[in-house]
Design a protein around this ligand. Structure first.
Ligand code: GDP
Length: 470
């Protein structure tokens, strides 16, 4: 996702609020809100939505500023106090933006809850190419892995090869499937398939429908007929995040035709800016349940509005990171100790070693790195998981070649040109079968982490209280 850009723009505009007096005029606030609105529109949030959001944020911030002024009605403020107040105002604006975006992503309608031991018929709809068939496979994989008796029905008779694609995925996943090469009536196939799987006591029965390039009347009618025939427990609309601003109208057309209960946004791993997701929710008034983040069966992430907004604004996903780390730790005690150290802003190479070991158990490195606040783009590995795991393993080998003193932060590596340091770097490279440049890269990554842990330690973000709130 090219989301961090929005975070950068937002932070730039918030900086404007740091005025000498510590007070913010309406003109200044308006100018900052215009910047924020522009950044959101550029990130593909629909224009209409941005205008509403802007008004809401403005009202909220004005109210808060008034309250703040009442509390601080003292003209003899010293500089520290002014600085504090300016920083409060930018925090207020940032918080109001985050809150507004989060609440937009949490519509009143709750996602469908799957019922155990009962058939849950889930109808998938979306335009051709949105990633519907791929998402169905991921969705089936997700539930099957969690012990649900899962099956798939292919009612897409429009696209040549649709049944073969679904069949291939189903076979790989060992999920039973229903479809036909000869039957041309998608409504009949959907009905027969669903009936059969209900009789066989399947719990998650997924129905794939046809997609077309545009929302045509024919497609929408067919969807309505299938929906009437199988009476789904949930209709999931699959949308391609790279479609940007047009997602709002697309989502509206679908939700006017069928009762869309949830949304899945795909292709957020590419160049999509992510803002379109907000538009889809606003148009359907239904929650996003999953995000598609790649072409593999495991690339499906349950959606969490807060984490999404944090990432959208480039604030990192501390919550997701904590959850992932908590779940993956080989032994809980060490993890607690490490968190304790980190909350004090301490982070040695040895700490990074144990973090990386955890990360190896957590899944694809690029996802984990993406959750780290402040992680520069160039350090987030791109491409397949194999690549990122190889890089991580190399890092571990390098750290294996370090002395205790080096691991425990008793050697200052910051002066790369220093001869003794260069010799240490060469020794580590030789011991791990890597290039000295790679060792420097590792040291740079560590510096980055150390700086971040330090900042988070100071801000209290890593403290016990912050964790308890997650
Ligand atoms: P459908 O026509 O809606 O059924 O779309 P498909 O499932 O056939 O997907 C269209 C293309 O998008 C395929 O090449 C998929 O591999 C790709 N795709 C689907 N979901 C994702 C995703 O989350 N990320 C990426 N990068 N590609 C995806």
């Amino acid at each position: 996702m090219v989301l961090a850009e929005l975070g950068g723009k937002l932070r730039d505009s918030l900086r404007k609020l740091h005025t000498r007096s510590g007070r913010v005029t309406t003109t200044q606030l308006n100018s900052v809100l215009s910047d924020v609105a522009r950044a959101l529109i550029e990130s593909d949030v629909s224009v209409k939505l941005v205008m509403t959001l802007r008004d809401n944020v403005k009202q909220k911030v004005e109210r808060l500023i008034e309250e703040d002024d009442d509390d601080n009605d003292d003209d003899n403020d010293n500089d520290a106090k002014k600085e504090q107040r300016a920083s409060n105002v930018s925090k207020m604006v940032q918080k109001a933006v985050v809150d507004e975006l989060t609440s937009l992503l949490e519509p009143a309608r709750k996602p469908h809850t799957m019922k155990r031991g009962k058939p849950n018929v889930i109808l998938f709809v979306g335009l051709q190419g949105a990633g519907k068939t791929t998402t169905i496979a991921k969705y089936a994989n997700y539930y099957q892995k969690r012990g649900w008796k899962t099956a798939m029905v292919c009612a897409d008779t429009f696209r040549a090869g649709a049944f073969d694609q679904l069949k291939q995925n189903a076979t790989k996943l060992r999920v039973p499937f229903y479809g036909s090469y000869t039957q041309a009536d998608p409504v009949a196939i959907a009905e027969e398939g669903v009936d059969q799987f209900i009789k066989e006591h399947y719990e998650v029965i997924i129905v794939d429908t046809s997609g077309r390039h545009r929302q045509e009347a024919g497609l929408l009618e067919e969807m309505q007929e299938i929906s009437a025939a199988v009476d789904p427990d949930n209709v999931i609309l699959v949308m391609d995040a790279t479609q940007g601003q047009s997602l709002y109208d697309q989502a509206l057309a679908f939700s006017n035709a069928v009762d869309v209960g949830s949304v899945v946004i795909t292709k957020l791993d590419g160049h999509a800016k992510g803002g379109g997701a907000l538009s889809a929710v606003a148009a359907t008034e239904s929650p996003i349940v999953f995000l598609g983040s790649g072409e593999h069966f495991d690339d499906l992430e349950p959606f969490n509005a807060q984490s999404f907004v944090s990432k959208l604004l480039g604030l990192g996903d501390v919550r997701g990171l904590m959850e992932a780390m908590n779940g993956a730790g080989p032994d809980g005690k060490t993890h607690e100790e490490l968190m304790e150290k980190m909350s004090k802003g301490e982070f040695t190479l040895r700490d990074m070693y144990s973090q990386f070991q955890r990360v190896m158990n957590m899944g694809p490195l690029n996802k984990v790195m993406g959750m780290v606040p402040g992680m520069p783009e160039y350090l987030v590995p791109k491409g397949g998981d194999d690549n990122s795991n190889t890089r991580l393993k190399k890092f571990l080998y390098m750290m294996d070649s370090m002395t205790d003193k080096e691991l425990d932060g008793k050697v200052d590596f910051s002066d790369h040109d220093d001869a003794p340091i260069q010799s240490r770097i060469r020794r580590i490279a030789a011991g791990s079968g890597t290039h000295p440049k790679e060792v420097q890269m590792l040291l740079q990554v560590h510096k980055q982490f150390e700086g971040m842990v330090n900042k988070m330690g100071k801000s209290g973000m890593m403290g016990k209280q912050a964790q308890a709130q997650q």
